[in-house]
Write a protein that binds this ligand. Structure first.
Ligand code: HEM
Length: 353
């Protein structure tokens, strides 16, 4: 699938703009708190569904969005449950997992049916009736199916995969970044100053601007370092026997890479427990998110690294940039900061009020 970043950026910018407009339109007396997940989650679905299906959800009450979010949530919950882990690591206990595996199967079937009936088939119909104006991600995947390179199951697996890997991960990245900015008003002010100086007061950030905003990039990197959204990456498997650091790793082992520890090991980072974006403009200025330094692998590295990095980084930059430029992000009333278990609630005021 060819996903040109620039082709889709207008959509992400429009989605971020509508979040800003909605929050500005809220009555601060009646609703003094913004539950940011309620705004950013539909935005992230729209960002991804625009690319994949050229489709967006009008509101978080759209029944299709509600069902999709519920089923994706169930899948995510099952993948993070205790049962998932013990079955993978202690195979002899697998017979006790029958009930759990049945639920997994049912959720997988319901999700697959939803993706097929409500998205893939509808898109096929639009294309066959020549009502689709522009090609989107799924069109390329369906072309590969027509050529015999993929079968229907493969197509649905790709849709499933993007739903599981692309939406919540980026949302978590946004939420942690916002929480750290709320807890570090000095850093928030410095970032707003950069936006004002480089773009001009009130000029809204667009994707190409990100390259001219080194402090914004540093804030995002620092947040991904301290709050790595996928801390153990995705499990890998070595096909052949390997020796690493004096350890023997038998062929076909499940290998988990602790990317969070690589990025937070005090032997390799100066005061890693501190949220200090300056490190990425000073002593760690050469460290990028693309895996050019093995201490920092938020998207993995190599052949199986995250293909969504080209989408996630601009989405993060546009969203964080617009929120900080338009609002002062504050902890909820009665709190002096955001405790990490409630990172999705904050309060806004227009900046400098
Ligand atoms: C901040 C946001 C994101 C983070 C931190 C992230 C992180 C990751 C990580 C760590 C992996 C596994 C890499 C490995 O094990 O070596 C991965 C895989 C993947 N990501 Fe992302 N991701 C993000 C956003 C996205 C987006 C927006 C998409 C697509 C819309 C996406 C699609 C995928 C896919 C399809 C895979 C599986 C690749 C494979 O199995 O070969 N990700 N991601």
């Amino acid at each position: 699938m060819r996903c040109s970043t620039h082709r889709h950026r207008a959509g992400w910018e429009a989605e971020a703009a509508s979040v800003v407009d909605e929050v500005k339109a809220m009555n601060k007396e009646e609703e003094p708190i913004v539950v940011i997940r309620k705004r950013l989650q539909p935005m992230m679905y729209n960002n991804v569904y625009r690319i994949l299906f050229d489709q967006r959800f009008e509101s978080d009450e759209d029944p299709l969005f509600v069902e999709l979010k519920m089923l994706n949530g169930e899948r995510s919950h099952l993948a993070q449950s205790f049962e998932y882990n013990y079955g993978d690591f202690i195979p002899v206990l697998r017979p006790f997992l029958r009930g759990y595996l049945n639920i997994c199967r049912r959720v997988a079937e319901r999700r697959s049916r939803l993706f097929k009936d409500q998205f893939v088939q509808i898109r096929k119909k639009l294309v066959s009736m020549e009502e689709a104006t522009e090609k989107c991600g799924i069109d390329h995947i369906l072309e590969a199916q027509l050529k015999g390179e993929l079968n229907e199951e493969n197509v649905l697996c790709i849709v499933e995969n993007i739903n599981s890997t692309g939406i919540e991960t980026t949302l978590w990245g946004m939420e942690w970044c916002i929480a750290e900015l709320v807890n570090h008003p000095d850093i928030q002010t410095k970032l707003r100053l950069e936006l004002d100086m480089v773009l001009g007061p009130g000029v809204q950030i667009t994707e190409p601007d990100i390259a001219r905003l080194p402090y914004l990039q540093a804030v995002i990197k620092e947040s991904l370092r301290l709050w790595t959204p996928v801390p153990l990456l995705v499990p890998h498997m070595n096909l052949e026997h390997a020796k690493l650091g004096g350890f023997d790793i038998p062929a076909e082992s499940k290998v988990l890479v602790n990317a969070w520890w690589l990025a937070n090991n005090p032997d390799h980072w100066k005061k890693p427990e501190e949220f200090r974006p300056e490190r990425f403009v000073k002593e760690e200025a050469g460290v990028e998110v693309n895996g050019n330094d093995y201490r920092f692998l938020p998207f993995g590295v190599g052949r199986r690294s995250c293909p969504g990095i080209l989408l996630a980084m601009p989405m993060l930059g546009i969203t964080i940039g617009r929120l900080v430029h338009n609002f002062e992000l504050l902890p909820p009333p009665g709190h002096s900061n955001i405790v990490h278990s409630s990172a999705s609630t904050f309060r806004t005021t227009p900046p400098f009020s």
